[in-house]
Design a protein around this ligand. Sequence first.
Ligand code: ATP
Length: 232
Amino acid sequence: MLTVNDINVYYGPIHAIKGVSFEVRPGEIVALIGANGAGKSTVLKTISGLLRPKTGNIVFDGRDITKLEAHKVVRAGLAHVPEGRRIFLQMTVIENLEMGAFTKSTVSEEDLEDIFTKFPRLKERRKQVAGTLSGGEQQMLAMGRALMSKPKLMMLDEPSMGLAPILVEQVFSIITELNKAGTTILLVEQNAGMALDVAHRAYVLETGNITLSGTGEELAQSDEIRKAYLGG
Ligand code: ATP
């Protein structure tokens, strides 16, 4: 469904992504794990058209999207839930969800109800200003907003960041449910334990290179990964 071919991405003179290749197949949850600054967010931003690779290409659903503008990437069926959520803090829950439907000419009540079924907490808080939601609620809103574009593939950048353990569990169980309901998922995480637990396959990114890959289970059992990312 998504193939990233040998991309190189720079920030001015800084070579942040050095020849990264990987794929996400239909129906999978794929995790990209790695330490701070490894380049995980840069990979997602490049896929979603916010950054351009200097070389290499990205194919989504049979179409070369390497040079596509970010809003057209969303229209093509690829939604990005960015690090830090980036919801519209002054707008209400429902207004944030409506913004997520920008690819459609009208916001359908059915789509909203569908999101509220997945996230009952958002329904209770539909009129609340998003800036006053808790961290977990904001993460759910960011995911709900992305789902309003009915993506085939959803990219999540650090969904567990800043959340209490019980909320991390909840967010990951929602990710698994969304996947079971048909959304393919590319997940970036520093919380390697949780990510490997839900992922069918995973890649390890270290200073701009993919150094390891395998099934979630294989990587969770690898000595190297246990030492570096799972606290021994
Ligand atoms: P984290 O988990 O801490 O967010 P990450 O793996 O997502 O880390 P990136 O944010 O992709 O890492 O950063 C990769 C590298 O690129 C880092 O060395 C970072 O300092 C650098 N970088 C990121 N954004 C910029 C920028 N706008 N300008 C210059 N360098 C940047």
